[in-house]
Design a binder for this molecule. Structure first.
Ligand SMILES: [Zn+2]
Length: 235
């Protein structure tokens, strides 16, 4: 039986407040505590449709107060390379392919903004899922982050002093993996997406787990390798 994690991407000062509120009510109803990716300094024009929410950071602190987990989701969410890095879900990145010093600067600035709002993240995931070895080095040098929510695998594993919590699906469904992270973008969700999610939560809410994920010493193994290979062959 799989365990599930719900991940919500693209929380920032400019977001679709109504949809995020709807998601919050839905998750509260079923007692599911998600991982929320916060963009510390969003400059992605995609968010220009929404007005700046002056209460955003207090909202994030309210989420923390109810045991939701917060990840740093990049720095400004602007793509500057066409690299896929070590998790090439997309051929574009804010991080992969950038020099180490540039990546360190991004992480340093992002962490500084989050700390100004009393948040010291331990979890990271990059815009478009794309990062490289230098991203891990930058995180080590500039933050207390030691957990990555991303990569394709069967279960949580440890590599390069990081805990990797795999992220395999953009919608709720049964998959033959031990730990499955479903990644949602509330800003983009339509009526039907909410209805399908609620239907799944109704039946499976007791299978959802939250951070921190229990520690083990598992390494990336052959079954993970096969799943990863199949996943990228099918794309
Ligand atoms: Zn994003």
């Amino acid at each position: 039986m799989s365990k599930y994690i719900l991940r919500l991407d693209d929380a920032c000062e400019k977001m679709d407040i109504e949809k995020w509120d709807r998601m919050e009510q839905l998750l509260d109803k079923y007692g599911v505590k998600p991982l929320v990716g916060v963009i510390p300094h969003c400059e992605d024009p995609m968010m220009d449709d929404y007005p700046v929410d002056s209460k955003f950071w207090s909202k994030v602190n309210n989420w923390i107060a109810k045991d939701w987990s917060i990840a740093m989701h990049g720095y400004n969410h602007v793509y500057s390379t066409e690299c896929g890095g070590i998790n090439p879900i997309n051929k574009r990145s804010e991080f992969a392919g950038e020099p180490l010093e540039v990546q360190k600067e991004k992480i340093r600035r992002g962490i500084s903004i989050m700390r100004e709002h009393d948040i010291n993240p331990k979890i990271f995931f990059a815009p478009s899922h794309t990062f490289d070895r230098n991203t891990l080095l930058a995180l080590k040098a500039e933050s207390d982050i030691n957990i990555i929510s991303d990569t394709i695998a069967n279960d949580v594993y440890y590599q390069d002093d990081f805990q990797f919590v795999p992220q395999q699906s953009g919608r709720v469904r049964k998959l033959p993996f031990k730990v499955v992270t479903f990644c949602y973008h509330p800003n983009m969700m339509q009526e039907n997406d909410f209805l399908i999610l609620e239907c799944f939560l109704e039946k499976n809410s007791d299978l959802f787990i939250e951070f921190p994920i229990e520690k083990n010493h598992r390494k990336f193994d052959f079954y993970d390798f096969l799943i990863k290979k199949m996943y990228f062959l099918r794309r």
